[in-house]
Design a protein around this ligand. Sequence first.
Ligand code: SAM
Length: 253
Amino acid sequence: MNIKHRAKKKFGQNFLQDQAVIERIINAFNPQKNDVVYEIGPGQAALTDHLSLYTDDLNLVEIDNDLVPVLQQKFAAKDTVTIHHQDALELVLPSINTRIIGNLPYNISTPLLIRFLYQADKIKDMVFMLQKEVVKRICAPVGIKAYGRLSVMLQYAFECEELFVVPPEAFDPRPKIDSQIIRLTTKKNPAKVDLSRLEALVKQAFAQRRKTIKNNLKKIITEQQMRDLNIDPQARPETLSVDHYVAITNLID
Ligand code: SAM
């Protein structure tokens, strides 16, 4: 059973090797005994080995048929660890106050984040490793180029906090890009809005970034309605705040 696992590109497998980085991630997450924790993509258990020491309800979500038996064997004696052999994109969180952690497969990180957004009422917080560029986009303040669909959608439901950067040398195989840790903490009282309508509106608003908001939303809202919401119809989509997008969505509801 000591055959080295061959990393699979299709599952975005870049395994963490650097113990100092692993410990920093665990410290940032700060797992507690009574937490309900889901780890997405445990892989070869780089983070899992630590998490299993701290929490009494650890759920591992892994898709790879070759890695699941290794994990099952490794944690066979631990009844505090449950292995879910499934696609994380189909995960339905069963309880409230869930904490989620993962060195995410980069090829599915955006759809995965959107899936968790729709289950935000069941989530307490999440600590993820993502491509650095994606972390910058999620956390971007209004008005800068990186601010876009992902920033509006995730900032609507979560406090988004950039943590430290992780270089390619921390992994095997090494990715071509820098990675970064992000913390997303669920907001207690986000403004009321239908999330799927907000998502559709934001998609339309950013359809052509270089056009004005008036142009991108011309079939949806009039110039006067924009002015009534204190929005300049000539503004570019990246200059509208999350609250503006929520207000437009609720107006056209
Ligand atoms: N956590 C390990 C580490 O830090 O070394 C592995 C991280 S690796 C970047 C991503 C992990 O996610 C792999 O174990 C991969 O098999 C798993 N994975 C990829 N796609 C998945 C999916 N759709 N659902 C669940 N797990 C997935």
